[in-house]
Ligand binder design. Structure first.
Ligand SMILES: Cc1cc2nc3c(=O)[nH]c(=O)nc-3n(C[C@H](O)[C@H](O)[C@H](O)COP(=O)(O)OP(=O)(O)OC[C@H]3O[C@@H](n4cnc5c(N)ncnc54)[C@H](O)[C@@H]3O)c2cc1C
Length: 116
């Protein structure tokens, strides 16, 4: 937030393995992303106190919430490549943990019912 790399971790301990190294995100991300994060963090602080605290860690970078492409599938769930049943987020039919899981279950159940 201050435009300089953090030197050490503060009160927030990360459970991420293999561990985290403080850095300046502007060295890793495009300028417009860094600028948007800089504006968004104080905004979220108003909604969730502590979100933008000085010791907060940004560990994973998620730049969009769902796949930008969709592998089309027919009513049986099969793509135009015979035997390929795209499902979940990468296939473009889900945008999160729950919807990906449900899409996978739905496809697997349909697949089993069809006796494939
Ligand atoms: C940083 C981050 C934060 C997120 N936060 C949230 C959140 O808070 N809430 C939410 O709902 N969603 C969140 N998501 C999105 C969510 O994680 C995904 O939508 C969901 O995990 C997609 O599930 P999936 O089963 O379709 O794919 P994945 O979970 O990506 O599973 C695909 C699997 O296929 C394996 N694989 C890939 N290639 C091969 C291969 N060639 N051979 C064998 N295996 C292979 C991979 O190793 C992986 O295990 C987040 C995503 C990220 C990256």
């Amino acid at each position: 937030m201050a435009g300089r790399p953090s030197r050490e971790l503060g009160s927030v301990m990360s459970s991420y393995l293999p561990g985290v190294t403080p850095s300046d995100l502007s060295r890793c991300l495009p300028g417009y992303v860094v600028e948007t994060l800089r504006k968004a963090l104080p905004y979220f602080e108003n909604k969730i106190q502590g979100f933008a605290m000085g010791d907060a860690l940004l560990t994973g970078v998620e730049t969009r919430s769902s796949s930008p492409v969709r592998l089309l599938r027919n009513a049986d769930g099969q793509s135009n490549i015979k035997g390929l049943y795209p499902m979940g987020e990468g296939a473009g039919y889900a945008g999160g943990i729950m919807s990906s899981a449900v899409d996978g279950m739905r496809m697997a159940e349909g697949w089993m019912a069809a006796g494939s």
